[in-house]
Design a protein around this ligand. Structure first.
Ligand code: ADP
Ligand code: MG
Length: 314
């Protein structure tokens, strides 16, 4: 392709909200063989909602929600926001004095008055959070966070959890002072166009892959819904780039689509890194493409544009 053709293609991309950083990236997209999708926030809307909360100890449900929300208040994970929303609505919806600000506007103020103080907070990468509340150790996160801290999950909770996961929900488990207390189920719906895009990629001869830190059962359920057969789950943030590299081993061109800080090493490792617009700045920086509209159809637009610009002229 001539420099002019590349310039024109870059302009066409920009008009569609597909920003490409340079002619090399534009050219590489035509040969993409694998498109690796991050799950949360990329295939899904990134708008997590709590669908279930169940206590498996003597703790009152309201106290349980206060505890979990207090632990999650310092977390930046999308799951944390869902937990805080749910706890807020459980405690306060319809109970606030009417005000022209409305309930949502008062949320931060109300939450700050009501949350318990969490000391020594830390995020456990790819697993959850831990802190100390009322002098007791609190753990909020996935199964492996519980297991590695020696917390036993009772069989009835395990049954409940498996049921959630089989229905594409992510389970959030909670331990207080070393004992399992209860769990929450969270759903994050697929983007409306996700399944159509996966289908479209297959038609183009491109192999879609789903990559996630979430557990296997949830990942499989989501993958089935969206039509992806190749799933890599329970991958720690550092492992995401390794998955990309393993696909590149036979010389294949690999695209990675992601939105989170977690995804930036994989975006950088990919031949074609595509960051979702509105995702974290670090992801956008690591990527070759920015899909400004946050619409997965633009993955196909980018591949199409590259194929049309380069293959035809050769
Ligand atoms: P993803 O690849 O889906 O973005 P992450 O690597 O961020 O996943 O997290 C992997 C898993 O760790 C989540 O699915 C969740 O089970 C658990 N997790 C991570 N952060 C939190 C948190 N703040 N609260 C509860 N669970 C968490
Ligand atoms: Mg993500």
């Amino acid at each position: 392709a001539t420099p002019t053709a590349v310039m024109v293609a870059t302009g066409i991309g920009a008009n569609h909200g597909v920003l490409v950083k340079g002619g090399d990236a534009l050219e590489r997209a035509q040969n993409v063989k694998y498109v690796v999708f991050d799950k949360t926030g990329t295939l899904t809307q990134g708008k997590a909602v709590v669908t279930a909360a169940k206590v498996f100890s003597g703790m009152d449900l309201g106290d349980f929600l206060t505890l979990v929300a207090s632990a999650e208040a310092s977390s930046e994970h999308p799951l944390a926001k869902a937990v805080l929303d749910y706890a807020f609505h459980f405690h306060f919806f319809g109970k606030l004095p009417s005000s022209k600000d409305g309930i949502e506007q008062q949320k931060d103020k109300v939450l700050s008055q009501w949350l318990l103080e969490a000391e020594d907070f830390s995020a456990v990468l790819g697993k959850g959070v831990q802190c100390s509340i009322n002098g007791k150790h609190v753990l909020v996160g996935n199964r492996s966070l519980m297991t590695e801290n020696g917390v036993t999950i009772p069989p009835e909770a395990e049954t409940f959890l498996i049921d959630l996961e089989s229905n594409a929900k992510t389970g959030i488990l909670v331990a207080y002072d070393g004992d399992f207390v209860g769990l929450m189920g969270i759903t994050d719906p697929l983007k409306r166009e996700a399944a159509v895009v996966v289908e479209g990629l297959k038609k183009l001869g491109v192999h879609p892959v789903m990559l996630t830190g979430d557990n296997w059962r949830t990942a499989q359920a989501v993958a089935k819904e969206v039509g992806i057969e190749d799933v890599r789950a329970e991958v720690m943030p550092a492992g995401k780039a390794d998955v990309v590299r393993s696909l590149q081993k036979d010389g294949s061109t690999v695209a990675m689509v992601g939105d989170g800080i977690n995804d930036s090493p994989a975006l950088a490792a990919a031949d074609v890194g595509m960051a979702i617009g509105g995702g974290t700045d670090i992801a956008i920086e690591a990527a070759d493409y920015v899909l400004v509209r946050n619409n997965l159809e633009d993955v196909i637009t980018a591949i199409d544009l590259s194929r049309k610009t380069f293959s035809r002229i050769r």
